[in-house]
Design a protein around this ligand. Structure first.
Ligand code: HEM
Length: 129
């Protein structure tokens, strides 16, 4: 395990860091040829609405903030009916998430974020696919 005390990467331990993380994660998701169109064409998300929700979601999971109160599974179930989410989509989503964390963040909350993303993606995939 890397226990360097001189890392200049921050942890995902504040709303400011989580918001920057989500912006960076979505830059990659939206530019991805496999996943980008699911956001831009299938769901046609309004980023001005969607990104603040994703930021609240991760602030809830990592910081215990109570801002996010929506039915994430139901939203993906609806999406899945329009464009079936495949195992390779989950793999790509998770690889993008993990790479974005590892490129910019380090620490306990960063590890927790990757762990949560992996287990939520596995649950979601199991219940949809
Ligand atoms: C194959 C993998 C995934 C794809 C392609 C995907 C795609 C999407 C899309 C297109 C939306 C917008 C849906 C809409 O507004 O109609 C969305 C919403 C969301 N996704 Fe995912 N997703 C994936 C996996 C995940 C996972 C594993 C998580 C959690 C760890 C997650 C968390 C969220 C959240 C919090 C929202 C916001 C829902 C809301 O409006 O409150 N997604 N996703």
């Amino acid at each position: 395990m890397n226990v360097s005390r001189h890392s200049d990467k921050p942890d995902l331990d504040s709303r400011a860091h989580i918001e920057s993380f989500v912006d960076r994660f979505y830059q990659r998701l939206l530019a991805d040829p496999q996943l980008g169109p699911i956001f831009t064409e299938v769901a046609a998300v309004d980023l001005a609405v969607h990104l603040p929700r994703i930021k609240d979601y991760w602030c809830k999971l990592l910081l215990g903030e109570q801002g996010y109160r929506r039915h994430t599974m139901e939203i993906h179930r609806r999406l899945h009916r329009r464009r079936p989410l495949q195992p390779e989509d989950f793999e790509r989503w998770l690889a993008t998430f993990t790479a974005t964390v590892d490129d910019y963040y380090q620490g306990q909350r960063a590890e927790r974020a990757k762990h949560l993303a992996r287990s939520i993606a596995a649950n979601m995939q199991q219940s949809l696919c």
